[in-house]
Design a protein around this ligand. Structure first.
Ligand code: URA
Length: 237
């Protein structure tokens, strides 16, 4: 009996720690304990993807909005245990309003199927929700403005794992200055969620010899997916 209570206490403490880390990541370092703050906290805990999308609205927060055709919010299972995060919409995604529907998306579908899942089992979205003109890399300011929406999506879905596709996603979630070739293939912690960075499918289309490394990375998720086992590997900090 004592062990059950100790486990519950540990779970609660871990939950509090993750919440504080999350808030601190959003730039919140203290509370005024007013009713307004309490209501804000309550709302954050219960926020759904629909709430976040409604708040995003017809976003004009950064210059990317001037060139976009459609906002690409994200798609998939709102209770997914595995989330894929890419860089930003390309031409096809901007036309259709859905993430990873072009050539890179078809390769991502194959990667997801190779680990025994379908796109319906996972949630797919991007760091920035609007297509950068000419498919250029999103600028730091654009990433900074859009990142809180990704963080709120992660908080609403609470996946067990995030697969960060390419440098922009990996650097936004893990470490701003590390190249993806150094980051890939290991688990990192993002607000209590394990993040596995790997190469972006668009990079694989240009460098098919790197597919083997992505497969090595994805294989790390299979024990969890197949048997619901936790991944018993030390995480990098
Ligand atoms: N590349 C990305 O990073 N995201 C998409 O949605 C499509 C291509």
């Amino acid at each position: 009996m004592k062990a059950i209570w100790t486990n519950r206490l540990n779970d609660t403490l871990a939950e509090i720690e993750h919440t504080l880390r999350f808030l601190s990541h959003l730039g919140c370092n203290g509370f005024d304990c007013s009713e307004k703050s309490i209501q804000t906290l309550k709302a954050m805990g219960r926020e759904t993807l629909e709430d976040i999308q409604a708040d995003l609205g017809d976003c004009r927060r950064c210059p990317l909005s001037q060139h976009r055709n459609r906002i690409v919010f994200g798609k998939g299972d709102p209770n997914a245990k595995l989330m894929f995060v890419g860089e930003g919409p390309g031409y096809d995604e901007d036309q259709q309003g859905e993430p990873f529907v072009g050539a890179a998306g078809q390769l991502l579908t194959k990667i997801i199927q190779a680990i025994g899942l379908s796109r319906d089992h996972v949630y797919i979205c991007n760091v920035v929700k609007c297509r950068p003109p000419g498919n250029r890399t999103p600028l730091p300011d654009e990433i900074e403005i859009c990142l809180p929406f990704l963080e709120r999506q992660i908080a609403a879905i609470k996946p067990a794992f995030i697969c960060a596709l390419g440098a922009v996603a990996a650097q936004a979630l893990i470490s701003p200055n590390m190249p993806i070739s150094k980051l890939r293939g290991r688990f990192y912690d993002f607000l209590g969620i394990r993040v596995l960075p790997t190469y972006h499918p668009a990079y694989l289309l240009r460098n098919p010899d790197k597919k083997r490394e992505v497969w090595e990375d994805m294989k790390r998720l299979i024990p969890y997916i197949m048997r619901g086992e936790d991944v018993a590997e030390p995480q990098a900090s």
